[in-house]
Write a protein that binds this ligand. Structure first.
Ligand code: EPU
Length: 335
């Protein structure tokens, strides 16, 4: 069966920032065969291609020319290997319900990543991370198809070149592949990771993957706006990584600044704290604002455009650069 191609498809509801967008053509292939057929059709017709996930980390333009594809590969299954369990998951599976289903089965590994919006296929692109765990800690393989040839390739975690909110999919492979699936390596042996922030205080004694996932959900619900109620794309900026000398200079004037030394000697700062210190929490200009509880999140009140959002973000970054001399980098991708 071939995928239906919808013309002039409205995508405003399909991106959590709620930016107005229309795709010239849109398809949601449910099988690898359908996806391959669409890729070769786009190749034959010379249509520019955009691959969409759950739309939770994406800034869409008002019009997407060519063909927008949202893989709807929605399978997942478990494979036991001694004390480990491999989870084979299609790109179109929603991340958070999968995390909860795995946590309920008593599998350890992804519980700290509960309530992150989006589809599994997008997770490796920015190497999603929260509460001391990143996708790269649990991913065993990433399956892709090359857009030009339809060739399937399975990449090892090393080949994916994962970094903080970074991977090969944001670099060399950007715009060249569509992620079709992931393999996660989880464990039945308890391995709670509770060192981040106040997570340890929020879980009961003898925690289970489910109790940790539930604690993470409650912390996130307190701090982060629900995109179903207030449009946003989670953290709008990456936490900046600076050389040790710059961190020391900042600490000399701001001794209460949160900081996280990295293995290579660099220091990660909290962009939310820097923005907050500039007095920008709750700052609003027309259709966009800085969230009132988490300054790292920019929110869209409705009626705005991608250009306005980018201009607003530039103003926030310029104020932080002016006060602290630290450059903030955007986190969501431009489609
Ligand atoms: N802080 C403030 N004011 C703020 C926000 C934060 O002072 O408005 C301070 C906090 O008090 C804390 C520090 O900054 O001392 C760090 O804050 P938090 O622990 O909330 O984490 P974050 O650095 O703001 C990162 C991720 C989040 C992730 C949390 C928890 C990035 C860009 N963001 O935020 O990820 O949930 O850690 O691990 O790395 C996302 O990517 O969309 C996202 C929400």
């Amino acid at each position: 069966m071939s995928s239906t191609i919808l013309l002039e498809q409205e995508l405003t509801q399909a991106n959590t920032l709620g930016l107005p967008c229309r795709a010239e053509r849109f398809a949601a292939p449910a099988t690898l065969g359908e996806l391959r057929d669409l890729l070769s059709l786009a190749q034959d017709r010379d249509w520019p291609l955009t691959v969409l996930g759950g739309g939770s980390n994406l800034i869409l333009p008002e019009r997407l020319p060519g063909l927008a594809i949202q893989p709807a590969l929605r399978y997942w299954w478990l494979e036991s290997q001694d004390n480990q369990t491999l989870v084979h998951v299609g790109a179109g599976v929603e991340w958070h319900p999968l995390v909860m289903a795995l946590a309920r089965r008593g599998l350890w590994g992804v519980e700290n990543l509960a309530l992150i919006p989006g589809h599994c296929g997008a997770a490796p692109i920015q190497n999603i991370g929260a509460y001391g765990v990143e996708l790269c800690d649990v991913v065993a393989a990433v399956q892709v198809l090359f857009l030009d040839t339809g060739r399937p390739v399975t990449l090892t975690p090393e080949e994916c070149a994962f970094g903080y909110r970074d991977s090969l999919f944001k670099g060399e492979l950007q715009g060249r592949v569509v992620i079709t699936g992931l393999t996660l390596r989880l464990s039945r042996t308890p391995q709670p990771r509770l060192a981040y922030g106040d997570l340890a205080q929020r879980v009961t004694a003898n925690p289970t993957p489910l109790s940790i996932a539930e604690a993470v959900c409650s912390i996130r619900r307190e701090k982060l706006p629900d995109p179903a109620i207030l449009h946003n794309a989670g953290s709008f900026f990456k936490n900046p990584v600076v050389p040790p000398g710059q961190a020391q200079a900042l600490l000399a004037t701001s001794p209460d600044m949160p900081y996280f030394p990295l293995k290579d000697g660099h220091v990660k700062l909290a962009a939310g704290w820097l923005i907050d210190q500039c007095g920008l929490k709750g700052w609003r200009q027309d259709h966009f604002g800085v969230h009132e509880r988490q300054a790292l999140v920019l929110v869209h009140f409705g009626g705005g455009s991608a250009d306005e959002l980018l201009a607003f973000a530039e103003q926030v970054a310029a104020i932080v650069a002016d006060r602290f001399g630290v450059v903030l980098e955007r986190e969501p991708r431009l489609a």
